[in-house]
Every structure is written in C-alpha cells, then in structure tokens.
Design a binder for this molecule. Structure first.
Ligand code: RIB
Length: 320
C-alpha cells in the first residue's frame, strides 16, 4: 500500500490584493502617486495554503469568500491550478476580502490595510462543520486574519485529536488566549514578537525567553527577521539560529506566508524543526524576488536547490 501523503489543513483568509507600487511609502496625511497598480490573489490563509501545496503535500483550505465573481474565480483557481481541496471554503453575502497594499520600490517594504469582508463570516460553526477535515490533517496551520473565536475552535479540534498546530499570529491581537491550549509551533516576525513578549528577543537572556514562552504555553517559538537569522526557541531549552538565504528583495509581500506554509508542509512531512526552518527561510527569501504574494512562491524543487546553501544550526552564544 502506498504511504499516506502528509496533509496540511489551513484555516484562514482569502483576499484580493490591490497592490500599488510607489517610490516612497506615504507618510501620514500625504498623497502619493503609484507607478504601477495590480489586482492579485492574496490573503494570509490562501498564501500559506499555496506555499504548503507547492511543497508537494496535500492541502485543504477552510475559509470564506463572497458570492462575487472574484470569490468564485479565486476558489476555482485554488482547486484547478494549485490542487487544493476547497470543500471547506464557504460563500457569504459579504464581498470577498480586500487588501490595499503599498510596496516601496527600492526597499520592497510594504504597508497593508485589510478589509476583511467575507473572511469575517468564517464563523465558529463553519469551523465545527469541518471537524473531520481538521482531524484528518498531519498539521493544522492558522493565522489571525479571521474571527479569533473561529481560530480557537480550529485549534481546539486539532489539539483534542492530536493534530499539531502551527500558528502564525498575524495580525497580532492583544487578548489572544495563549493560556487555553499548548501550541506546538508559533511563527512571528520582528514586529509581532515585540507585541507578543513586550520586547525584542535576541540571542541573549535565553532563560527569560524560555520562561515567557512557557507561560504562554508555546512549545517552539520561531522568530523570522528578514535578512537576519531566524531565531528558534524551544521550551525544552534548545535555542538556535538559522541563516537566511541572501537575496536582494524587490517585494516582501507574502514572504512571511511563504515561510509559514513551507514550514508547516515540512513538519507535516516529518522533518525536524531545524530542517523545516532552513527550507522555510529559502521559501520566504525566494518569494521576495517577484511581485505579489503568490506568483513568486517557490515549489519544492526550487527550495531544495537552495537549501544546501543554508548551514546547519548556529548555537546561541548567550546564557542557557
Ligand atoms: O501577508 C500578506 C497578505 O496580507 C496579503 O496577501 C494581504 O492580503 C494581507 O492579508
């Protein structure tokens, strides 16, 4: 009998991204003219689902789009072009979610405003209806761009049935109930980690970080830092950093999503946290080399071509 393929179930958002390329990001009260404008598929949930699917694991997505043309075409695209199981995607009366994104041409940095639309209709009961799909996963992957009670329901179903959870708490919210469950993997960027821990961790004060993640019942905290090393803190006291893939980014939108999707896929396939982060560092970096959140996301072959450039772990020099 052929081995069962690993499966990532993603619970999250789908947006249409309106992307404006600008010379400089607008300051408060300023009007700037875009040099280019595109409408592209996005949303943290769908971006992560695509990144996982391109790593050759089965992916199913639970989400909500509008009954509009863009929602219908989006779901068709995920199923036909990305091979994602879309039976868990519902349709709501609200319009498909929209994100307004400004990308600064020289740095590739961005600012994003999201109008959740149909994503807000992904209710607790729509998640409960998908209990068996979540239970069938090797890994559940969630973000915070949908109602938080729905995220909590998905995590509870997964936890009860022994499915490991990867949470990318983006955008971070102030009162997430960290105490309610133990989460195996939490992925944050530099901004989010500061919101989570109230300080910017580095390779020092390891005991302090370990206590903080213990208090929040996080088993492994992964901090992505763009062109700097990714930091990995485990509750057992193992701390290490993983080198990034050096690139010259032209658009950083979706890089964090590519990281999370690739990491979840690699963990679902049985790789170690360290190897998962090495592959995910490549997926994130390669995604910054093209425009938009989905088109440049690399497939498994491309990630594997680059992953050997990333050396094995560097132990933190700091105190244990
Ligand atoms: O993380 C990038 C994504 O954030 C964009 O695709 C946009 O839709 C917002 O959700």
């Amino acid at each position: 009998m052929p081995a069962k393929k690993s499966k990532v179930v993603v619970v999250g958002s789908l947006n249409i991204d309106q992307v404006f390329r600008v010379a400089d990001l607008p300051a408060r009260g300023e009007t700037v003219t875009a040099n280019d404008f595109q409408c592209l598929r996005g949303g943290k949930g769908a971006n992560q689902a695509i990144s996982a699917a391109r790593q050759n694991v089965d992916v199913a997505m639970i989400g909500c789009v509008g009954k509009d043309d863009s929602g219908t075409k989006y779901v068709e695209y995920l199923e036909k072009e990305e091979g994602i199981d879309v039976t868990g995607i519902s349709k709501s009366k609200a319009p498909t979610g929209t994100a307004f994104i400004a990308v600064e041409e020289d740095s590739g940095e961005n600012t994003i405003i999201v109008a959740g639309g149909a994503n807000e209709g992904l209710s607790h009961s729509l998640i409960s209806d998908q209990q068996s799909l979540i239970e069938s996963a090797s890994v559940l992957l969630v973000q915070l761009e949908i109602p938080v009670h729905s995220v909590i329901e998905a995590i509870n179903i997964a936890t009860r049935s022994g499915v490991p959870v990867v949470l990318n708490p983006s955008p971070m919210i102030p009162n997430f109930p960290w105490d309610d469950f133990s989460i195996p993997y939490v992925i944050v960027n530099e901004t989010e980690v500061e919101e989570l821990l109230d300080f910017q961790p580095d390779t020092n004060d390891l005991e302090f970080v370990r206590q903080e993640i213990y208090d929040r019942r996080i088993e492994n905290l992964i901090v992505t830092r763009g062109s700097e090393t990714t930091l990995v803190y485990t509750r057992e006291g193992d701390f290490f950093e993983v080198e990034p893939l050096p690139v010259l980014p032209i658009d950083t939108v979706g890089a964090g999503d590519a990281f999370a999707g690739c990491f979840a896929a690699r963990i679902a396939g049985g790789e170690s946290v360290e190897d998962g982060v090495r592959a995910a560092n490549c997926a994130g970096a390669l995604t910054t080399l093209g425009g938009g959140a989905q088109n440049p996301v690399p497939d498994r072959e491309k990630v594997d071509l680059h992953v050997e450039q990333i050396p094995k772990r560097k132990k933190f020099p700091g105190r244990r």
